[in-house]
Design a protein around this ligand. Structure first.
Ligand SMILES: Cc1cc2nc3c(=O)[nH]c(=O)nc-3n(C[C@H](O)[C@H](O)[C@H](O)COP(=O)(O)OP(=O)(O)OC[C@H]3O[C@@H](n4cnc5c(N)ncnc54)[C@H](O)[C@@H]3O)c2cc1C
Length: 392
């Protein structure tokens, strides 16, 4: 049976993971990325065992472990007092429980290794500097056009064009992403530039009223990624992942924090800010695929980073898409995309909802905060582990 010809709009993690998964099944892929070149951007990304298992199945295990850090544990502390509240062993414990490790990466490293694998597959054409503007159905095909009036035809289109997706409206009519009023302040530092007491091999989480902070190693442990999430909006463009900001602006948003966290924040060489937006969880498979157009990654289900699974769900989408298409031919494509949507929408919606709920729990104040800490002290790893997520 002849393989299908799949067009993909967007060369982020969702677009590249989909391209790789499809190319491995011998489908012909044309990927379009609006940027004139694939850039090395972003900061840290955590990948749970559910994601590392899928990356292993995509044949990128060796490049992955070459650039990843494998944190020993996730340790939750109070942002005001610094005391340890709970701990989840990661390292070998995750491997034992789920058969695959918990890894932390720089987004640029993940992007680079996926890009190299797609290039190496020989089955994908990568077109940069092409912004897809529209898609129309035509007989047994889909025709896409770019903003500079070029056109391509394929058996299916995957809209992997991110949070501000243009192609989402081909599948679902809804409003633009909603600003959440939360901002992520992000910094990256070489561990060798930090005093020994601030270096870390763990994922550290500090919970405070209306804020939390996360620090974890990336790049084989050579760099430390630090993110502070607080309920304050920066003035700049919501589409800018890396607005210039300062330690002073960050401290205005966080107020006083414990000495350990304060010292870490002060040790960062520079800060970037990113205003967070999301969409409500998906409500059905018809919001992920329609006829010959399917959505993947943030275009379908942008989420707050409070479960650390945005990139993870994008990678899961890519693998599921290729599984649904199998080796199928052009005529079978709409049914295959419907199967893909049916397999993915509910899990994505659950992760979106849990990420939002985590934000409320992490940032709790008053009595809710006290109850949260008591529950974490009592149940620790049982509350922090996510078998429904990591085991699937
Ligand atoms: C620049 C950048 C930095 C990021 N940094 C981090 C980070 O540090 N930590 C983190 O956890 N997550 C980060 N993310 C988000 C994370 O990568 C995504 O949440 C997740 O991986 C989902 O990826 P995605 O491919 O669906 O969306 P995205 O990563 O947003 O990728 C979408 C891609 O589509 C392209 N595109 C958009 N519209 C069109 C169009 N019409 N035609 C063609 N191409 C188009 C975009 O240029 C982009 O390359 C970042 C995303 C971006 C774009």
């Amino acid at each position: 049976m002849p393989a299908a010809h799949i067009l993909i709009a967007g060369g982020g993690i969702a677009g590249l993971a989909s391209a790789l998964a499809l190319a491995r099944r011998r489908h012909r892929v044309d990927l379009f990325e609006q940027a004139v070149a694939f850039g090395q951007v972003g900061a840290g990304i955590q990948l749970g065992p559910n994601v590392t298992r899928r990356l292993q199945s995509l044949g990128v295990w060796e490049p992955l472990v070459r650039v990843a850090a494998r944190p020993e544990a996730l340790v939750v502390r109070s942002a005001s007092g610094g005391r340890e509240i709970a701990r989840l062993p990661l390292g070998n414990a995750m491997l034992r429980s789920y058969g695959s490790p918990y890894l932390c990466l720089h987004r640029a490293d993940l992007h680079t290794l996926l890009l190299a694998a797609v290039r190496g597959s020989g089955a994908a054409t990568l077109n940069t500097g092409v912004r897809i503007a529209d898609a129309v159905a035509r007989d047994n095909a889909v025709c896409v056009s770019s903003t500079d009036s070029r056109a391509w035809e394929g058996d299916a289109l995957v809209g992997a064009d991110g949070l501000w997706s243009t192609l989402r409206s081909r599948v679902v009519e809804d409003s633009p992403p909603r600003p959440t009023g939360h901002t992520a302040w992000r910094a990256l530092v070489a561990q060798s530039a930090l005093p020994p007491g601030l270096r870390s091999t763990q994922i550290s989480v500090w919970l405070g009223p209306r804020l939390h902070a996360v620090a974890y190693p990336v790049r084989r442990g050579e760099a430390l990624n630090v993110v502070v999430l607080a309920e304050a909006a920066p003035a700049g463009d919501a589409r800018d992942w890396d607005q210039a900001t300062s330690l002073g602006a960050l401290q205005m948003a966080t107020g006083r924090t414990c000495a350990g966290l304060q010292a870490l924040l002060e040790a960062m060489p520079s800060w970037g800010a990113w205003a967070l937006s999301d969409r409500p969880p998906l409500t059905g498979p018809e919001q992920m695929a329609c006829e010959r157009v399917a959505l993947a990654g943030d275009a379908a289900h942008p989420m707050l980073p409070y479960l650390a699974q945005g990139a993870g769900m994008a990678i899961e989408d890519g693998v599921a898409l290729a599984e649904a298409l199998g080796g199928g031919d052009s005529e079978a494509v709409p049914a295959a995309l419907a199967r893909y949507a049916a397999a993915r929408w509910e899990r994505n919606a659950r992760v979106q909802a849990r990420a939002r709920r985590n934000g409320e729990i992490f940032h709790a104040t008053g009595l809710v905060r006290m109850s949260r800490d008591a529950a974490l002290r009592l149940l620790g790893a049982r509350l922090l582990d996510q078998p429904w997520l990591y085991g699937a």
